[in-house]
Design a binder for this molecule. Structure first.
Ligand SMILES: [Zn+2]
Length: 310
């Protein structure tokens, strides 16, 4: 069975600094009518500009996902979009100021907590389901992201950082399982202490710090500020992937396997799915009924204490 579309009960406001720019931003997430989708909104030179969160408006995927209409842009939207996708919030207006989404604590948890506090309401229209009927994949060098037919959304993700405390990690997320999304919501973005100089010389991670990035040291072969999960990095990558799947106006039914993926492959895969959906529509094969996963109402977050390494 497919499910009904959902939106927020009331507006939620966030403010903070961006991870890469270090600049202040505010974002208010408002309820929206059915079939609105997720739409960014801002004011520029006295005029309102709307930027739908769809594959056509993604202009940068190198170190974050950036939305832009060619005039204004907004960086590092993936964690909030992952939270919305994970909670099944389909319709929202995201009104922002500044150049980049507040990074908060580097995870999706602050967004999730605020959205759940505001409340999620069911609307009348069905959420469309895109079921993979064949295998689709994107590759680059030794990386790939493949989707194969499956009755629900399941993700298997592997990352590999040899010669580091992260090493090789695999995490599997089955969205049909109770509390599935809460197993990744608190996973923070991560980086290496030894790379900070390089990043900052290139104008990146200017807002990064121990309070919003899980920092590892290659030299010391350890986490500097404490892991929330032993495999926190790969869990975070799954969150990033959900942020890219939110680009599509569908619940996805397929088994996705990502090996050493990232924002670029994630968004390339979303583009491929978007193209595939159009093709399916033409062939009248799009499925709006069938198995679907239930996420709303099943999620609870247990506070986890970061164990600070001494
Ligand atoms: Zn991320």
């Amino acid at each position: 069975m497919s499910r009904k579309q959902q939106t927020l009960k009331s507006s939620v406001r966030f403010e903070g600094i961006g991870l890469h720019t270090g600049e202040k931003s505010t974002i208010e997430v408002h309820p929206a009518s059915e079939d609105t989708g997720l739409v960014f909104l801002t004011r520029y030179q006295g005029k309102e500009r709307a930027i739908p969160y769809t594959v056509d408006y993604i202009t940068d995927t190198r170190n974050n996902i950036t939305v832009s209409d060619g005039v204004v842009s907004y960086k590092t939207v993936e964690h909030m979009m992952g939270a919305l996708y994970g909670l099944g919030i389909d319709n929202a207006i995201l009104e922002f100021t500044g150049p980049e989404m507040p990074i908060m604590d580097g995870s999706a948890a602050p967004f999730v907590e605020a959205f759940l506090k505001a409340g999620v309401v069911t609307q009348h229209s069905e959420k469309k389901v895109l079921r993979l009927m064949e295998s689709l994949w994107v590759t680059k060098d030794d990386k790939f992201l493949v989707g194969v037919p499956f009755y629900a959304l399941k993700i298997n993700y592997t990352i590999s950082f040899p010669n580091s405390p992260i090493g090789t990690q695999t995490f599997q997320l089955n969205m049909t399982e109770e509390d599935a999304f809460s197993s990744i919501a608190q996973a923070r973005t991560f980086g290496f202490l030894e790379d900070i100089d390089y990043y900052q010389k290139n104008g990146l991670v200017l807002g990064g710090g121990f309070d919003n990035v899980h920092v590892y040291s290659r030299k010391e072969n350890r986490s500097i500020n404490g892991a929330r999960y032993d495999d926190e990095p790969v869990r975070h990558k799954v969150l990033d992937l959900l942020g890219a799947l939110a680009l599509l106006p569908y619940d996805i039914e397929g088994f996705l396997v990502s090996y050493k993926g990232g924002h670029t492959l994630d968004v390339d895969f979303a583009r491929l799915l978007s193209h595939y959906a159009e093709k399916q529509k033409e062939e009248a094969k799009i499925f709006t009924e069938g198995y679907s996963y239930q996420v709303s109402g099943l999620l609870h977050l247990e506070p986890r204490v970061a164990h600070l390494a001494s």
